[in-house]
Design a protein around this ligand. Sequence first.
Ligand SMILES: NC(=O)c1ccc[n+]([C@@H]2O[C@H](COP(=O)([O-])OP(=O)(O)OC[C@H]3O[C@@H](n4cnc5c(N)ncnc54)[C@H](OP(=O)(O)O)[C@@H]3O)[C@@H](O)[C@H]2O)c1
Length: 359
Amino acid sequence: MKRLYKLISVCLLIVTLSACGKQAGTDSSADKVSEQYGQAESVETKEQAEQEQPTVLETVQTEVQAENDLTDGQEQQTQGGDNTVTEDISFNFETKTVLLNSGYEMPIYGIGTYSLTGDTCVESVTAALNSGVRLIDTAYMYHNEESVGKAVRNSGVPREEIFVITKLYPNQFDHAEAAIEEALAKLDIGYVDMMLLHHPGAGDVEAYLTMEKAAADGKIRSLGLSNWYVEELEEFLPQINITPALVQNEIHPYYQENDVIPYIHSLGIVVQGWYPLGGRGYTAELLGNEVISEIAAAHGKSSAQVILRWNLQKGVVVIPGSSNPDHIQENTELFDFELTEEEMERIGALDRGEKHDWY
Ligand SMILES: NC(=O)c1ccc[n+]([C@@H]2O[C@H](COP(=O)([O-])OP(=O)(O)OC[C@H]3O[C@@H](n4cnc5c(N)ncnc54)[C@H](OP(=O)(O)O)[C@@H]3O)[C@@H](O)[C@H]2O)c1
């Protein structure tokens, strides 16, 4: 009986152990499978991330866009009201765009249209669009919004692919609502991608708040300021709800704003430079600068291209003005070379604090 009991116990022990072994075997093979999946997943994610860096940007944009769509602009206002920095405003040199804090993507190079009017403006903007330029800067004060709109409408380029900036001049601040309608009517391209206040002036806060309302109504997509510096921004920003997506200021090698640019960037606001080539009347001296010419020769590029590239590497969007199709094309060829740190510093050393306009 004792022997029978022992035998039964031994059998039970063997059955239990073999069941455990099976169980353990199943677990370990399951672990292997999940490890393999895990590895495959992480390799795929890494590869995807490497291959699709722009997609990461696009995803953020899509998410922000979806939020904006869902909340009809309210989310944008809340975000701006907090003055919180939620966006990475570094330039994507693959897509040649930057993601604004408004959730919209903007090209990092374009064409400026100051002093281009009538047919000259239509032809210049048309040449730019034909050269692949998708960012156009105009203003009420340039008297050419109709011409810019005409070139955009006739280009055959889908409206959504073109980014048009216009500006309210201080003499419009006291009737901003009507001025916005006027810009929309003159441009006649459905909506304005971005509207800036041209420079500080009486009633600028109220005018900006009116632009905020137009943004909530879908008439303007992004808002910004022009000729606002550190003190002006410190005073202005607490009075508004939507953080500007962009500040456009005079920036060129002789007027570099090295104190202002990092401050604006730190607020999650993109910086755009006007008079990148020094402005009419000053370009010959700047383009002929010995240091810039030397660097240009070393890269087999033009002085204009070196200055524009220097801006881009500093995180400054460029909008050179031109009515010459060859120059317009040249000003797009900025992505097949890179300035070294030393070259950036040599151009940095050219700063003279020399403003070429009064704003
Ligand atoms: N917010 C503001 O207060 C404000 C103030 C001023 C300007 N802006 C904006 O900034 C934009 C840029 O300023 P801007 O047009 O006055 O000055 P800019 O871009 O510094 O210089 C324009 C001059 O450069 C020449 N140029 C352009 N590309 C060239 C190239 N590759 N090689 C040689 N020369 C070249 C043009 O002549 P060609 O026509 O012969 O090419 C033109 O004479 C304006 O158009 C405007 O949209 C804003």
